[in-house]
Design a protein around this ligand. Structure first.
Ligand code: NAG
Ligand code: NAG
Length: 402
């Protein structure tokens, strides 16, 4: 009798174990599904017309090179194996358009275009001006003035602000550096094991509340500059308390109305972060903490609009794009991690939080899609580096010849 009960128990255990194993295998397969998606898309695109490419999928160059390789190789088995290898480096297509967005994000983009919260009236060249990567770099260098609000700028020169802005100029505190890293906050950094590689840079820029503690293996440990938005400074109670912010140079940015100068912006900031800025400065008087000139994001936005073939969201560029631009002016070379998504691409928004939304990769409020097109256009690294490490490499603007 006991023997029978034991056998029954044992068989339940075995059954439970098999169920568990099946669930594990299923989860692993789901992890690989982005890779699978890409492969599928690639195969489809060999027959589909060129206009149909998806933003996250095939780039036109890779498709062409796949076919070139095919025609050169003898033996159909070998050529199809080669095509598979090429296909696995399919990355962000620099000609992605809003048509590639899921319909929900398309309608959000249209709403922002209609809303025009910042009263944007772009009168410059474009849209759709074609520029070589070299010409674009020179354009960025000459048109985007990466600088901070100065203690001499009205109203920061009044007694109310005396002693609150750092006395030393930003450029004497930051750079020039050789190799720099810009670490996005993307969910795809999770399990990337990029920490060591990231720490191996001369300077590292991070964003908002992105932590290093508990994530060192994936994102590294050092922070040289932290770029934060005014919303965080204004509304997140932890900003004044969290030791996360006490390493490196802080820069806060706040969106202004298009073409506002500093005095006009000061009267109507997007978030009134000034009180908390002053409180933080009182608590940490020795930490450099700058305010980005409110014109700078729009100077960058204008170039994005100029080169994009359609109307981009009339909202300021993302913190990510601003951070990339800041480092390009301070460094000889900028390695950007998971701004162009790797094979780990996920709808999980941040590596340190659990919520997910495709807008975090594709953009809703920010013209993120067009920013990614620009970074891909400027990239001097390989598609393999993007695919495997989420790494794009842009040259700094200090040493270029125009
Ligand atoms: C950039 O802005 C700063 C601060 O307003 C100004 O002093 C400087 O002349 C500007 N540089 C260029 C190249 O426009
Ligand atoms: C602050 O700057 C404004 C504009 O440049 C100037 O008119 C004003 O006199 C300055 N105020 C002080 C206290 O220096």
């Amino acid at each position: 009798m006991i023997h029978v009960i034991l056998r029954k128990k044992l068989s339940y255990c075995v059954l439970a174990f098999f169920l568990f194993a099946i669930i594990c295998v299923w989860k692993e397969r789901r992890k690989g599904s982005y890779y699978e998606d890409i492969k599928l898309e690639t195969e489809e695109f060999q027959v589909v017309t060129s206009g149909e490419r998806l933003a996250k999928g095939s780039g036109s160059q890779s498709s062409v090179s796949t076919q070139d390789k095919n025609s050169q190789t003898v033996g159909s088995a070998r050529s199809s194996a080669k095509a598979k290898v090429e296909a696995s480096f399919q990355v962000w297509n620099k000609d992605s358009s809003s048509k590639n967005l899921p319909s929900r994000l398309q309608s959000i983009r249209r709403n922002y275009l209609n809303m025009n919260k910042y009263k944007v009236s772009y009168k410059g060249p474009g849209p759709g001006v074609k520029m070589s990567a070299e010409a674009l770099r020179c354009h960025l260098r000459d048109r985007v003035n990466v600088s901070m609000v100065e203690p001499t700028d009205f109203p920061f020169n009044t007694s109310e602000w005396e002693g609150f802005l750092p006395k030393e100029n930003f450029r004497t505190k930051a750079g020039p550096w050789g190799r720099c890293a810009v670490v996005s906050s993307a969910g795809s950094l999770k399990s990337s094991q990029l920490g060591q590689e990231i720490d191996d840079h001369d300077a590292i820029l991070r964003f908002n509340a992105a932590p290093t503690a508990s994530f060192q293996k994936d994102v590294g440990t050092k922070t040289t500059i932290r770029l934060i938005n005014s919303q965080l400074v204004t509304t997140d109670g932890r900003f004044l308390r969290d030791s996360l912010y006490s390493e490196g140079i802080l820069i806060v940015w706040d969106p202004s109305i298009y073409h506002s100068d500093i005095p006009k912006w000061y009267q109507h900031p997007d978030y009134n972060f000034f009180k908390n800025f002053k409180s933080y400065r009182k608590m940490h008087p020795d930490q450099p903490f700058y305010i980005l000139r409110p014109q700078m994001p729009w100077e960058l936005w204008e170039i994005l609009q100029e080169i994009s073939p359609e109307a981009i969201q009339p909202n300021p560029p993302s913190s990510g794009m601003l951070g990339i631009m800041i480092m390009m002016t301070l460094c000889d070379q900028v390695d950007i991690y998971e701004f162009l998504p790797s094979k780990r691409k996920t709808d999980v928004c941040y590596y340190y939080q659990k919520f997910f939304d495709s807008a975090c990769t594709m953009g809703a409020y920010h013209p993120l899609l067009f920013e990614k097109n620009m970074v891909k256009h400027l990239n001097q690294g390989t598609d393999e580096d993007i695919y495997l490490h989420g790494k794009a490499t842009l040259p700094g603007l200090r040493t270029i010849h125009c």
